[in-house]
Design a binder for this molecule. Sequence first.
Ligand code: SF4
Length: 63
Amino acid sequence: MQISVNEAACEGHALCQLAAPDVFALDDDGLVQLVHEQLPEALEARAEAGARVCPVAALSIVR
Ligand code: SF4
């Protein structure tokens, strides 16, 4: 499983980071970045939870 990030859509709401801080972080510009280049299997459920809460649908799960 991978997470696809639409950087142009991200508005820095940080809800993804709040839901899954071990998966999502914010960079110096306040936009989302992935903590892991390759998502560990153990974090998949949390990654999905974080992607779901993004209010602008900037995160999507790729299987
Ligand atoms: S919740 Fe969405 S808009 Fe907010 S930082 Fe995460 S990806 Fe960006």
